[in-house]
Design a protein around this ligand. Structure first.
Ligand code: ASP
Length: 330
């Protein structure tokens, strides 16, 4: 893999650059000079050259939304297409780092350079902080050469952008990768409609786990608000309260109105296979599409990339069922 020599460092905020305030840690801008200073203090480091861009305002990633994802795509495009960057490092808060990594994996399909996202559990400058080791480690990984695609780099681990999740809050090694139990059915190629240059619009999406006691009225209220896609987190291999005729009717009606109903498993190592149980088959008959072994982060990001590109319900269901970049693992 070609080494990245000219990296775009895209700073979005997060703990990595936060400063202490009376209310607790707060996002802060001006990280470029701190990075330059830190690099100057470690002359033994051999780093690729980098240029810095900041998305303003710097945010706690708890505030991340679809518009922020699209702003990242735009900044990355500009860095690669106009400024000639051959690698991208996104600095991001850890709370929604895995969501952004997954969303960017789909929003940047076709981009010919690697994109790494990293952050830190402790702010740069704090005792025992992981900020500089994560940041310089990610730069070194880019310098060593990585295949184009989106990755999450954390605590020395390079992880697939569509398989990683935040697992802990009390350890520096806070991210893990969902095991790949099987291979998803690979898409024959990336359609032009899903290329990273394709304009995207915002999409009303919701995520809802099934839980004992869920009622048809809960789902009806959610589906009545104009939502375009719902990610249902089913039990086990894709089951849910299939004895509840009213709940099934609510789902069926929503699907007939054009809402995309996608299903993943609540089990961290699960995958959806509706046919194993009658309860799964009955649920699937309402119009649910299986997300296989996708994580919540990947399924949500993929729904946004597909519906946000203006694909119809049928087209979305078609591409959702195929593996585009290693996300399905079913
Ligand atoms: N709340 C912070 C954020 O996600 C946490 C972090 O960065 O570790 O921005």
């Amino acid at each position: 893999m070609p080494a990245s020599r000219n990296i775009l460092v895209l700073y979005t905020g997060g703990t990595i650059g936060m400063q202490q305030s009376a209310e607790g840690l707060m996002p802060a801008s001006g990280f470029a000079s701190r990075l330059r200073e830190q690099q100057d203090q470690q002359p033994q480091l051999t780093l690729p050259s980098w240029q810095f861009r900041e998305l303003l305002p710097a945010i706690d990633s708890a505030n991340m939304n679809q518009a922020n994802w699209l702003a990242m795509v735009e900044a990355i495009r500009a860095g690669v297409e106009q400024d000639g960057c051959d690698g991208v490092l996104v600095l991001h808060g850890t709370d929604t780092l895995a969501y952004s990594a997954a969303a960017l994996s789909f929003l940047l399909l076709g981009l010919e350079v690697p994109v790494l996202l990293t952050g830190a559990m402790l702010p740069a400058g704090a005792p025992d902080s992981d900020a500089w080791s994560n940041l310089f480690g990610a730069m070194h990984a880019l310098q060593a050469g990585i295949e184009p695609g989106v990755y999450l780099y954390f605590s020395g681990k390079l992880m697939s952008g569509v398989r990683a999740s935040k697992r802990g809050t009390a350890t520096l090694d806070a991210f893990g990768v969902a095991p790949r139990l099987r291979q998803g059915k690979r898409a024959p190629g990336i359609p032009a409609t899903l290329d990273y240059r394709q304009p995207r619009r915002s999409v009303s999406l919701a995520v809802l786990p099934f839980y004992p006691g869920i009622e048809a009225s809960h789902l009806r209220a959610l589906l009545a608000c104009g939502v375009q896609g719902v990610l249902l987190e089913c039990y086990g291999s894709g089951t849910g309260p299939a004895d509840d005729a009213e709940l099934l009717a609510v789902l069926k009606d929503a699907h007939e109105r054009g809402v995309v109903l996608a299903a993943i498993s609540q089990c961290p190592q699960g995958h959806v296979e509706f046919g194993i149980y009658a309860a799964g088959s009955t649920l699937a008959a309402t119009g649910l599409i299986s997300g296989g072994g996708m994580t919540r982060e990947a399924a949500l990001g993929k729904l946004f990339a597909l519906l946000g590109a203006g694909l119809s319900q049928a087209e979305t269901e078609h591409w959702f069922a195929l593996d585009l970049c290693g996300e399905r693992a079913d």
